[in-house]
Design a protein around this ligand. Structure first.
Ligand SMILES: [Mg+2]
Length: 186
């Protein structure tokens, strides 16, 4: 069975838009600009404390066609959501509950963990190039990078890497790969 790791922020749910919306409600940050890099959050302890106090994992908007994408992935293998916790106490329970309800999964299918390279998977679907490349190097996994403004510069010239437009695009692409080589995984 193929094991498929799916990231959440920037893959299934739009963390960045909600973070920017909250930051812009902080006094003096109304005109805060997105710099289109991974490091887009302000280096200001007060505003970051305000962000973590006000952002909730169960209030992020999902990207279009996410449910269809996850259903397709579930037909292709074992899907495990691997998601880095944010530094706020309710993040992990809110995230887990949101995933369980939205994708009709078990809480056991959710791994709240940052060092994703230590989680085994045949496939990883990510927007974070650092997590993606570390995982691919460790497990020789198929790495599907979800296209975002902040990961544009990243290239990897190996056939197991592919940049995809959305999680549904990634799922459909994986379906094509597995149709050609159905024995990926144990
Ligand atoms: Mg992410």
């Amino acid at each position: 069975m193929t094991t498929i790791l799916v990231d959440v922020d920037g893959v299934c749910a739009d963390f960045k838009s909600e973070a920017l919306r909250i930051i812009k409600t902080y006094s003096g940050y109304e005109d805060f600009e997105d710099n289109h890099t991974w490091d887009f959050l302000p280096h200001d302890e007060n505003v970051m404390n305000y962000l973590w106090q006000n952002i909730h994992a169960d209030k992020l908007l999902p990207y279009p066609n996410d449910i269809e994408a996850i259903e397709l992935l579930q037909n292709l293998g074992d899907v495990l959501f691997v998601t880095s916790p944010a530094p706020t106490p309710m993040w992990m329970p809110e995230r887990t509950e949101w995933l369980v309800k939205r994708y009709n999964i078990s809480a056991e299918d959710v791994c709240n963990f940052s060092k994703k390279q230590y989680v085994y998977g045949d496939v990883i679907i990510e927007d974070n190039t650092n997590n993606l490349s570390k995982h691919m190097k460790r497990w020789h996994s198929i790495g599907l990078l979800i296209n975002q403004s902040y990961n544009q510069g990243f290239v990897m010239d190996i056939p197991t890497f592919s940049r995809r437009a959305s999680v549904l695009d990634a799922a459909q692409y994986l379906q094509e790969i597995l149709n050609r080589a159905p024995c990926i995984g144990e």
